[in-house]
Design a protein around this ligand. Structure first.
Ligand SMILES: Nc1nc2c(ncn2[C@@H]2O[C@H](COP(=O)(O)OP(=O)(O)O)[C@@H](O)[C@H]2O)c(=O)[nH]1
Ligand SMILES: [Mg+2]
Ligand SMILES: [Zn+2]
Length: 288
């Protein structure tokens, strides 16, 4: 019978079939092949033998967090504790782009006396790149009405640093989910890990994936990937004169033209430069 993998723990999958959750391992053959069932997979479950027989083709596949068939990513960042980072937000958004998944930005902790100018700036920077921005307080429940509508019929992955409020957001959307929430540790300067594994939660005809935070180091991108998939760059990249333009010192670069024309903000471009400098090259270049 066809079902969907909601979770994986110690080699045992939780598979949802017609409203019932079964717990089953995968057939031994999967250990030899390259495809291993992952959370989000649509699978054939042999209920008699209680094993997963095979995996249906995937629409998308994220490596980190390890989850399949996502069609929407909500990048969650807090305005404070941990402090908002443009760099990190751009990194996650690039990652979404690279995986062909549409992304929006959710900013949490809006209850913590936030500077309105900072909010306006964030909104402006991302809206210019056609990325919707939502401000919420999981504590006071503000801004949630709009966010709730985003999930309908989608398989949505919440992604972002530990402690930004991913699990809290899920609880604020529907308290029945009872996701465990971590404390923000001032000493560590980050949240303590509470969400240990990826889990899919059925919601509004779709699913929400709660994911553990992972270190931004795990998300390292190549210079070439950044040049092509940085938010707002994809179409421009195709029009740049040089086919593998890095939008830095090249002539006739569409990204730099867009920057000059004010289509791309300086903040966004500066983040791009910083990320590009940190990134390593996939192909050999002879840089001046
Ligand atoms: N003030 C405030 N605190 C929040 C908000 N959202 C989450 N938190 C707190 O931030 C900490 C980390 O939350 P958690 O949901 O575990 O973050 P996760 O690691 O991204 O899942 C907890 O102490 C939450 O109570 C919010 O909107 N406002
Ligand atoms: Mg969590
Ligand atoms: Zn260019």
């Amino acid at each position: 019978m066809e079902g969907k993998i909601l979770a994986l723990s110690c080699g045992i999958y939780s598979v949802l079939v017609d409203g019932v959750i079964y717990r089953a391992p995968a057939r031994g053959i999967f250990r030899m092949g390259s495809i291993k069932p992952m959370v989000g997979d649509n699978v054939d479950l042999d209920i008699g033998n209680m094993v997963i027989n095979f995996v249906y083709p995937r629409v998308s596949q994220l490596k980190r967090p390890s989850v399949a068939n996502i069609d929407q990513m909500l990048v969650v960042s807090s305005l404070v504790e941990p402090a908002f980072s443009y760099l990190l937000a751009f990194k996650y958004l690039t990652y979404a782009n690279m995986n062909g998944v549409k992304a929006k930005l959710i900013l949490t902790k809006d209850d913590k006396s936030i500077d309105q100018k900072m909010k306006d700036e964030i909104k402006d920077v991302f809206n210019r790149l056609n990325i919707d921005v939502y401000f919420v307080s999981n504590k006071q429940g503000t801004g949630l009405k709009e966010v709730r509508t985003l999930f309908k019929d989608h398989i949505t992955c919440l992604i972002g640093q530990t402690g930004v409020g991913k699990s809290s957001l899920i609880n604020a959307i529907d308290p029945q989910f009872e996701r465990e929430v971590g404390e923000y540790s001032r000493a560590l300067g980050r949240g303590k890990h509470k969400t240990k594994e990826v889990i899919l939660l059925p919601y509004e005809g779709g699913y929400i994936a709660d994911t553990p935070g992972f270190s931004s180091l795990d998300l390292d991108l190549y210079k070439e990937e950044l040049a092509q998939y940085f938010p707002g760059f994809t179409e421009l990249y195709l029009k740049c004169y040089f086919s593998n333009c890095l939008h830095i010192s090249e002539e006739r670069c569409e990204v730099k033209t867009a920057l000059k024309d004010g289509i791309i903000s300086k903040i966004a471009y500066d983040c791009y430069l910083t990320l590009s400098k940190e990134a390593i090259s996939q192909i050999r270049r002879y840089e001046k």
